[in-house]
Design a protein around this ligand. Structure first.
Ligand code: F6P
Length: 320
């Protein structure tokens, strides 16, 4: 292998830049050339490819977002698009690609690998919803950003003796909601993996706690639950307690990565290049049981993951 490409795909996540930096610098140290493929698979098909050197990644480790930009590509989902992508890699002399993104991006990496371009996937998403790994690049920063935002809502919620619903991101997964729910001492955490849609139970709980003298009631909603504004209206109508909903939104996707995101993303970036240098392909790097490991992409995509039942029970126990 002589030249590798690196791309970010799907939703961006803080720490992606740290991973890109590690890919570039490790590749140079291993005697490889590196090309940045901008705007994910979509940019690959448009040949939006730039040469990278050690300098092109200086001053980025502390920055959120991705200097390579990111996109979701419909064309690359077709086999014609995948053939074209592999052809473009060959034309540019790219014989290995590091793909940083989520499950959808790994499927793209698998298709390239099947067409003779060696690929390694790195888990980059704030949602933590990748089954083969306990850690994804960006989750730590996102959950800290959300936690700080919820602390702020809590201040005003207590002053006004209100109920506050705060919706966090996560697509269909409840990891951000669960972690924030515990870290912010929420009274209720609603996640798609466990919510039974019994709103009356929540209403009874709010009334009961108010009677016990609680000054506020914080509900952390996972994005997948949806309708936080509607829920606030219904709770206010049923309890007579002023209720507000806050959707934190894309703030959670930005910002300077935490130390953990910088260090783990750097480690994963470096591992990806070492794997390519050894001739490996069609692998995903993960972090499992305290160790960095790698899996066959197909095997990784077939894995299932659920939220940690111990943490979920803990959240309930501590909110009493
Ligand atoms: O996957 C990351 C994520 O931020 C999800 O939590 C959210 O559902 C989605 O991306 C939002 O995507 P977009 O930025 O395209 O609206």
């Amino acid at each position: 292998i002589k030249t590798i490409g690196v791309l970010t795909s799907g939703g961006d996540a803080p720490g992606m830049n740290a991973a890109i930096r590690a890919v570039v610098r490790t590749a140079l140290a291993n005697g490889l050339n590196v090309k940045g493929i901008r705007r994910g698979f979509s940019g690959l098909l448009e040949e939006d490819i730039v040469d990278m050197d050690g300098k092109s990644v200086s001053d980025i480790i502390q920055r959120g977002g991705t200097i390579l930009y990111t996109a979701r590509s419909k064309e690359f989902m077709t086999s014609e698009g995948q053939d074209k992508g592999a052809e473009i890699c060959r034309k540019h002399g790219i014989d290995g690609v590091v793909v940083i993104g989520g499950d959808g991006s790994f499927q793209g990496a698998e298709k390239l690998a099947a067409r003779g371009i060696n690929t390694i996937g790195l888990p980059g998403t704030i949602d933590l919803d990748i089954a083969c790994t306990d850690y994804t690049i960006g989750f730590d920063t996102a959950v800290n950003t959300a936690m700080e935002a919820i602390d702020k809502v809590r201040d005003t919620s207590t002053s006004h003796e209100r109920c506050s619903i705060i919706e966090v991101m996560g697509r269909n997964a409840g990891y951000i909601a669960l972690w924030c729910g515990i870290a912010n001492g929420a009274e209720d955490i609603l996640i798609t993996e466990r919510y039974d849609h019994n709103e009356q139970k929540i209403i009874d709980n709010i009334v009961h706690r108010k009677q016990m003298g609680k000054k506020h009631h914080i509900i952390v909603n996972a994005e997948g639950i949806g309708d936080s504004y509607g829920m606030a209206k219904r709770i206010e109508a049923a309890t007579g307690i002023e209720t507000r909903a806050t959707i934190i939104g894309h703030i959670q996707r930005g910002g300077s990565p935490t130390c953990r995101d910088r260090v783990y993303a750097s480690t994963m970036g470096s591992i990806a290049v070492d794997l390519l240098s050894k001739g490996a392909s069609n692998r995903v790097v993960g972090y499992k049981d305290g160790e960095f490991v790698d899996f066959d992409i197909e095997e990784a995509l077939a894995m299932k993951k659920d939220i940690d039942q111990y943490l979920y029970d803990l959240a309930k126990r501590l909110s009493k």
